[in-house]
Ligand binder design. Structure first.
Ligand SMILES: NC(=O)c1ccc[n+]([C@@H]2O[C@H](COP(=O)([O-])OP(=O)(O)OC[C@H]3O[C@@H](n4cnc5c(N)ncnc54)[C@H](OP(=O)(O)O)[C@@H]3O)[C@@H](O)[C@H]2O)c1
Length: 507
């Protein structure tokens, strides 16, 4: 018999998770492996079922076999027969065309039968793992067939994948459609970065360590850098990327979410809305980009061909489904200020790009250096204190501080202290989707974006995206070689301030 993890038994988790897009890439690469690992860690409830929806004509056994192969390929835990047997019996497959309203009655009956069989009590998670153009259609389909109605119990929750709109106007339009059917607190807008271990650790590091929190302001911090560097190109997703670019794909969502956690004030408590309210204030306090600031503080880039790890890779304009004169940015670097008492005067530098020479997602906090009165008089370089939160691929915290070099009389040496959460003794860290699915099931929306945060992020991002379209002739693409760390102008952005990007420190 399957045993629920005791610690979570009191949550009312019994439910059916309905995955629209059950045959798609996201379901196979992320959702099913995450569900398997939740079974592995005994975090799924006893009364639970997964209904995958797709158009493909296939039987339940074939579908389960395909899921087995995906888990085998992508799961962080190896397949164990006992846990797979448990997951397998939870999975159902239903072939319907979700653009056809008449098909929803079939879905309704299908779910009601599972309710009886598995005692899932009418609770539902509707997970939309489909292209964004279908979000509205599916929500309307659920509404018209009375599948979404809820007065609290049984509960109905909606999970929406990114992108949430392509600008403020489309995001507002989509949101208006969603809230006609689901209440704001039943809508879970996924930003999978928020499910990553070290993103959740930002608040713990800040609010559980007096040594950091007491220094966490413009008096002691020289600058903060946030970078999400990728080695990968766009692969087969050129079509999607053409309508997105780095600003929409990475900055509007992941980077702004990380920035708000790094810069927010302590919330009054750890409840969802208290945290989201503090995050929102940060986004609203970002200094407005005037035309001069846009020209001086924003750098766009697009990769040309180059060499990564010894292999020649093609230019963005040569990728599948990308026009040869594409003006889509695959790189953004920018400097911004947060105009509040804590941060005024401390710059935040942001960088994200594809086909860079390193794959790393990190937050680097550079503390101010001390005056060179006692030490460093003869040494030109004084290494600053650096706190680095490593998000991926390394997961951990790095701290750099100065000590005396044992081998000389007076030299100072920058000691590098590193913690790694990927050590064999600790086991591998859970995937973001594990945590996020678990939170949806227990009704905790803290790691999902509230509508007003999404809205404020679009207001910020749109201003920069509009500038890009207005002045795109100025950008001479391609302007960085694959395998480098981006356009020369991105380095100049910091050099102008007497600073540099902290790449691969200690890593
Ligand atoms: N893939 C990723 O790593 C990733 C990462 C982050 C976010 N996302 C987001 O997640 C969403 C899904 O992406 P994906 O890459 O998984 O897409 P995908 O591989 O193209 O899958 C699309 C799914 O939708 C189903 N579908 C399409 N039209 C249908 C219809 N009329 N009726 C029933 N089913 C229909 C397809 O079923 P059939 O195949 O049976 O036709 C398939 O299961 C997108 O919003 C994407 O932006 C994806």
């Amino acid at each position: 018999m399957y045993i629920e993890n005791e610690a979570f038994k009191h949550y009312r988790l019994s439910s059916i998770m309905v995955i629209f897009g059950g045959t798609g890439d996201l379901t196979h690469r992320k959702l099913m492996p995450a569900l398997y690992n939740l079974v592995y860690d005994q975090l799924l409830p006893e009364h639970f079922a997964i209904v995958s929806i797709g158009r493909k004509d296939m039987g339940l056994e074939q579908y389960r076999n395909e899921v087995f192969s995906s888990i085998n390929k992508y799961s962080r835990n190896k397949i164990d027969e006992t846990y797979w047997a448990r997951l397998k019996e939870l999975i159902y497959y239903l072939q319907i065309d979700f653009t056809d309203q008449s098909e929803y009655s079939k879905l309704k009956v299908f779910l009601e039968n599972i309710d009886i069989k598995v005692q899932t009590q009418g609770n539902r998670v509707f997970y939309l793992a489909v292209a964004p153009e279908f979000f509205e259609t599916i929500v309307q389909g659920l509404h018209k067939s009375d599948l979404a109605e809820s007065k609290g119990t049984p509960w109905k929750r909606l999970v929406i994948e990114k992108p949430f709109g392509k600008d403020l106007v489309t995001a507002r339009k989509l949101n208006n459609k969603l809230i006609e059917v689901f209440k704001e607190n039943s809508i879970y807008r996924i930003d999978h970065y928020l499910g990553k271990e070290m993103i959740q650790n930002i608040m713990v590091l800040r609010f559980c360590n007096s040594v950091f929190e007491s220094l966490w302001n413009n008096k002691f911090i020289d600058n903060i850098q946030i970078f999400l560097n990728e080695k990968d190109g766009v692969g087969t997703r050129g079509g999607y990327y053409e309508s997105s670019g780095a600003m929409r794909d990475m900055v509007q969502n992941h980077i702004i979410q990380i920035l708000s956690l790094v810069a927010m004030e302590p919330p009054v408590n750890l409840k969802t809305d208290a945290i989201r309210t503090e995050k929102l204030k940060v986004i609203q306090a970002i200094e407005e980009f005037t035309p001069e600031l846009l020209r001086d503080n924003v750098v766009f880039g697009q990769y040309g061909k180059g060499v990564i790890d010894g292999t020649t890779v093609k230019a963005y304009r040569e990728e599948e489904k990308v026009p040869e004169n594409s003006r889509t940015e695959t790189f953004v670097a920018l400097k911004l200020h947060i105009n509040n008492f804590r941060w005024a005067g401390t710059p935040f530098y942001i960088r994200t790009g594809k086909r860079l020479g390193a794959k790393s997602a990190e937050i680097v906090v550079q503390f101010k250096s001390l005056p060179k009165i006692l030490y460093f008089k003869d040494q030109n370089v004084q290494e600053p204190n650096l706190l680095i939160i490593r998000i991926q691929p390394n997961v951990g915290v790095f701290f750099q501080f100065n000590t005396k070099d044992f081998s000389t009389y007076h030299d100072i040496f920058a000691t590098k202290m590193e913690t790694s959460y990927n050590s064999p003794t600790l086991g591998n860290t859970p995937e973001a989707y594990e945590r996020l699915i678990f939170d949806v099931l227990r009704g905790d929306a803290t790691l999902f974006s509230r509508w007003d945060e999404v809205e404020a992020s679009w207001i910020f991002a749109d201003r920069i995206i509009e500038f890009k379209y207005r002045e795109q002739k100025r950008f001479n693409y391609p302007n960085y070689e694959a395998g480098t760390m981006g356009p020369v102008k991105a380095f100049e952005l910091l050099a102008r301030d007497g600073r540099e990007w902290w790449n691969n420190i200690g890593g």
